[in-house]
Every structure is written in C-alpha cells, then in structure tokens.
Design a binder for this molecule. Structure first.
Ligand code: SAM
Length: 263
C-alpha cells in the first residue's frame, strides 16, 4: 500500500475537475476501460444497477440510454447538478460511498470505476457499504490505482512539475491510495466477496502524456474525447505499450479492475 500526495485534497480536486469539463456523452468504445468491464458485469437488463462515483456520466448515460434501471451517485454536487441539467430523466443524486441511503440488497450490480482509491481512512467501510446494498450473488465491478512502477513514475513526474512551477508548493494532501493486486483482492474477500476476475489495465498509458505517442485524432488533448473514445495511441505508441503490457502487465498497468460476487 502506498499513498500519493498532491497539492490539493480529493474533494477539491474532483470539484474543480468536474467544474472544468462538460458532462460526458455516453461512452462509445466498447473495447476499452471502463465500458468493456461494465459489460462483462451487467449482462442482463433485469436487476438494478448502481454507479457509485458516476462523475461526468459516461457510463451512467450509456446504460440509461440503453434502457437499464441505473442510479448514479457522486459526492461532488457540481457533477450531479450538471448531469441533471443535461438529462432530467437521469436517476442521479449526491451521495457518499461510505454511507449510502439505500436499503440492504437494493442492487444487483454496483459499478465503481476509479472510486475506492479516493478514500484514505474509510476504504473498508466503503467496500462494506457496497456489499450491504448488493443482492445475494450480486456483482461489483471496481477499479483501483495500482501500486507499481507506472504510478510511481507518474507521481514522480507530477512532483517534479510542481517543484519546477512558479511558487512550487507542498504535496501534502491525500490524493490517492495505491494497492498491489493482492491487497486489492483481499480488500474485497475480507468483507465477504468472492473474486470472479481481476485484470491489469492501462486506463491511461503513460505514453499518452507525450503527444508524440498519441493517435492523430488525439494530438490536441481533449479530455471529453479521450473519456469517450479511450486514450488512443499512435501505432508506434501502441506497439511500445503492447510490449510493456505483454511482458510486465503488473508494472505498466495503472489500475487493477476486478469483478467480485457477494456470497
Ligand atoms: C475517476 S472518477 C470516475 C468517474 C466515472 N465512474 C467514470 O468512470 O467516468 C471517480 C469519481 O468518484 C467520486 N468520488 C470520490 N470519492 C467519493 C465518495 N466518497 N463517495 C462518492 N463519490 C466519490 C469522484 O467525485 C469522482 O467523480
């Protein structure tokens, strides 16, 4: 387990991030994270879905538009207000994963991408809440920042950028938790889940940070586009990335994704 510190705390970071960008369009690319993994989890329309930490809504809108019974929660009210404005038929509300208002066994599926690693002290409580609101045999699909070479490098580059910037600044606020594959698995098994699947995933390859390695349509960084299409690399970037992921998946992924079942 390793903690990443930055200049701003978690709530401040997500408030300004969701304030800065428009609501996501429904995600399009079925072959990349997170939609690929959501689809491996939510196999049928019967059964309620909770998206915990729905953010700008790319997954929530995909399932809502497809006729699924999906509820989205996020603890950043700006994100929820924007989603309600863009589509008043969405079922979204402000809520915190550590203390959900839903009754026991309310959902068949919980999707929670990039959520749990935002928690410093209440991580186990959040996973217990997830377990509580799921039906028996219900499924959770979750991702978590990996504790490995790739994220250490990312954190080193971020710290160097701050050091070099005007005014510098202290990186003292909790930003994200990083877990090894084994730690991530045991977080879920310890509260009563069985792990069905776990994968090392490159959500945003480190090469995407350099425009040279991005695909032609992605040279100019557009966060909404990348969030909808995936962080697409050029053919050269993809070759290098494929090599790293083939031979060192646990060191060059940036997240782990698991699907677990409530026993
Ligand atoms: C990486 S974003 C993912 C957004 C969305 N799931 C997606 O994949 O596009 C993580 C989200 O979790 C939310 N979040 C962080 N801590 C939370 C908490 N304790 N309760 C509810 N939401 C939280 C953040 O506000 C942010 O929107």
């Amino acid at each position: 387990m390793r903690i990443t510190y930055r200049k701003r705390g978690v709530k401040e970071y997500w408030t300004s991030r969701w304030d800065d960008i428009p609501v996501d369009e429904p995600m399009e690319n079925l072959s990349v994270y997170p939609l690929k993994y959501a689809q491996m989890t939510v196999k049928e329309k019967a059964g309620k879905v909770l998206e915990a930490g729905c953010g700008a809504g790319r997954i929530l809108r995909y399932y809502h538009d497809g006729g699924f019974d999906i509820t989205g929660i996020d603890f950043i009210d700006i994100a929820i207000n924007k989603l309600q404005k863009v589509d008043p038929t969405l079922n979204v509300e402000v809520g915190d994963i550590t203390n959900l208002r839903f009754a026991d066994q309310s959902f068949r599926y919980v999707l929670s991408f990039g959520l749990y690693h935002n928690l410093e002290h209440d991580l186990e409580k959040a996973v217990k809440e997830t377990h509580r609101v799921l039906e028996k045999n219900g499924l959770v699909c979750a991702s978590f920042r990996a504790d490995n070479m790739q994220t250490r490098l990312t954190d080193y580059l971020a710290a160097r950028k701050v050091k070099k910037s005007k005014g510098g600044g202290q990186m003292r606020s909790f930003h994200k938790m990083n877990l090894t594959r084994e730690e991530f698995e045991s977080l879920f098994t310890s509260v009563g889940f069985a792990i069905n699947f776990i994968d090392s995933v490159e959500n945003m390859p480190i090469l995407y940070k350099f425009s040279f390695f991005r695909s032609s349509g992605h040279k100019k960084f557009d966060e909404n586009k990348a969030r909808s299409e995936g962080y697409c690399l050029s053919w050269l970037g993809q070759i290098v990335q494929n090599f790293l992921m083939r031979f060192f998946p646990d060191q060059f992924c940036n997240i782990y994704v698991l699907i677990a079942q409530k026993l």
